[in-house]
Structure formats: C-alpha cells, structure tokens
Design a protein around this ligand. Structure first.
Ligand code: PAZ
Length: 339
C-alpha cells in the first residue's frame, strides 16, 4: 500500500468515530468466521444498499442515494445456495435475503395472507412460491449460514467493512468480498459538522450560532443568506487498503455504477488497473437489472444480459462467479427477483 493510502486510512479512522454497535458486530462476525472456517467453508462478505451522509451530528438531514439493496440481497441468496457462509453488511431497512421477495414492492405483505376459520394463512396463489422461499430460509437459519449486520452512514459502513475484513484475513483465499453497496464518494467530516439542525429562518440563525452550532472550522453545511451551502469532502478510496492491507489474499469483487454508457467500461478498467483486484462488475443505473459487464484481468470485458419485460428480472453475477474458476460469465442461473 502506498504511504498516501496508509496516511489517508489512518487519518480517516482517527477522526471519524466508530459506530456504537461496532463492538457487537465484530464479536458476532468473529464467532461466525471462526465457526465456518473450522468447517472448511468459504465466507463471503456481501455489502448492500446505499450509505447516508449526515449533515448534522443530531441528524435531521442527510444526503442519500438510490440503492434499494436488490443486487446485494439477491446475490446473498445465490452465495448461500452455492454453499457459502454469508456476512450481509447492509444499509438498515434495505432489502434482505429471502424477505426481499415480500417487502419493498407495490404490494403489502398482508396481501399475501387471508383469513381462514379465524386463522391467518397464506393465500393459495402464493403458497408454492412462499414455501420454496421459506424452505431455503429455514435451512440457512438452521445451519447458521447468514450473519446480518447493518449500517446507516458512510462512516458506519467503512468502520464495519474494515473490522470485518481484518477478521476475514486469516481465511486467505477462502474469503470473498462482494462490494455491491452504493458507497458515497463525498462526506462531511466530523470536525466540520454542525451539532444541531441547520436553521433556515434568518431570524434564528444568530441564535443557532450562539448555541454552539458553529465549529472552529467552516461548517460543511451552512446557510448563506437564505441558501443552504453544502461543501463536501472526498471519501478516501479504501479499496486499496482492502486489497493490500486488510485482506490481501481474498478474492475481491467491486461494482462500478455509472449513468453515462461511454464512461462505464473505461472506469471499470481504471479501477481494476489501479487496485489490481480480481473483478469489477460494471452497471448503468437505467439498465442495471438486466445487463452488467464483467471486467477482469483474465477475461477482459464480458457483457451478460438477461431478457427484460414487464416483470423485470434483476441480475446477479454470482452464478457466473461461483461456478467458474476463470470468472467467465455464463448466462444460466440468473436471478428471478422482482425489480
Ligand atoms: O441496490 P440496487 O440493486 O438498487 O443497485 C445495485 C448497485 C447499482 C448499487 C450495485 O450494482 C453497484 O453498482 N454498486 C456500486 C456502486 C458504486 O459505488 O459505484
């Protein structure tokens, strides 16, 4: 790892406080990793969902992104089906493996139920599908193969990623990192964050400043006149730390999201060259559910597409990943999750 990357890591984790539940999460992860390592199982860390950027310490407002966690939750199911133990580090309240089939869609989960003889039962038309999902879920639970951890903010995400990655280091090549979370590129550092809700009414601005809402440094989010000015700083790129320091022998798969088609492969290639990890899976915001591009040193650029229609199938690269040593893309086993 370069000195610059090392310095950026050390600065970030010295200045951004760890989340309150980090100790609990690492205890759970340590026990989970040891148990599956003893049983000779591969362990994958799947990250999933968006990361928030709080503007105030007592957070009323924050910046967020679009990710619902479909890719991560769906992919986790495929890893589990293929014998992996999964640590699912996800944005709180985003989609979860298995329950994703019945949440976050236009139907309420109550629409799957009906009353029969004073009891709640699953409606006939959903019995078969729900039984299939329930059996898979029950088996995963019985065998304790899924550990669910959550974060909300970008800083919580990075702390958890770093600590879990270090715990996975002894697994060597039996560890996989599948980084599908949509990670913010910009954030408000702790020492530039105001404590209280940013006031919009000019009559209260002075009061807020007197009450300790301005820091020694210029606050990153502040009102100027009647406008809100937000001045974010770049989040250090921790892929370098992961590849070189936290888990150097692991297989690392990162995702790259773009909106401009002409940028996608170029940026995926750039990331692969810069960090020298195993695979970048590129996707475009508007077409991400039915096409992705695999960019790897071994196979160059490979597109994988699934047909899409009224009930969009969402794509996960897991079958291609776990079924093939050379990471070659296959068309089979694509996910049937709803969009
Ligand atoms: O969560 P989702 O299924 O709605 O979206 C998945 C995704 C586009 C966030 C993921 O495939 C991805 O590209 N993640 C990395 C995004 C990035 O930081 O570039």
């Amino acid at each position: 790892m370069t000195d610059d990357a090392q310095q950026a890591e050390s600065y970030y984790f010295t200045h951004e406080p760890p989340p309150k539940d980090l100790g609990t999460n690492t205890t759970l992860a340590r026990e989970f990793i040891h148990r599956h390592a003893d049983e000779g199982r591969r362990v994958v860390l799947v990250t999933s969902g968006g990361t928030t950027v709080p503007l105030e310490t007592q957070t009323v407002r924050y910046i967020d992104n679009f990710s619902a966690g479909t890719r991560g939750a769906t992919s986790a199911e495929y890893f589990l089906q293929n014998g992996y133990a999964v640590i699912f580090l996800h944005r709180q309240f985003s989609l979860l493996p298995y329950s994703r089939h019945y949440s976050h869609n236009t139907r309420s989960f109550l629409d799957y139920m009906k009353e029969e003889d004073g009891r709640v039962v699953v409606d006939e038309q959903h019995q078969e599908e729900m039984l299939r999902v329930l059996r898979q879920y029950a088996e995963v639970k019985r065998e304790n193969k899924l550990l669910i951890l959550s974060y909300v903010t970008i800083t919580e995400y990075l702390w958890n990623l770093r600590e879990v990655a270090k715990l996975m280091r002894p697994l060597g090549p039996k560890a996989i990192f599948y980084l599908a979370a949509a990670v913010s590129d910009f954030f408000v550092p702790q020492d530039r964050m105001v404590e209280h809700k940013i006031q919009s009414n000019e009559e209260f601005l002075q009061g807020a400043a007197d009450a300790g809402n301005s820091n020694a440094k210029t606050p990153a989010a502040r009102t100027e006149g009647r406008s809100l000015v937000i001045d974010l700083e770049p989040v250090p790129k921790f892929l370098q730390s992961l590849v070189d320091g936290w888990a150097p022998e692991a297989m690392i798969v990162s995702f790259k999201l773009e909106t401009d088609p002409s940028m996608l492969v170029k940026k995926a290639q750039y990331s692969l060259n810069k960090y020298s990890h195993h695979l970048v899976i590129g996707n475009l915001l508007l077409t991400r559910k039915w096409e992705v591009v695999f960019v790897s040193a071994l196979d160059g650029e490979k597109w994988i597409r699934v047909p899409h229609g009224r009930r969009t199938k969402s794509f996960t690269g897991v079958p291609a990943l776990v079924g093939s040593a050379d990471l070659s893309a296959r068309q089979d086993g694509l996910d049937a999750g709803e969009s």
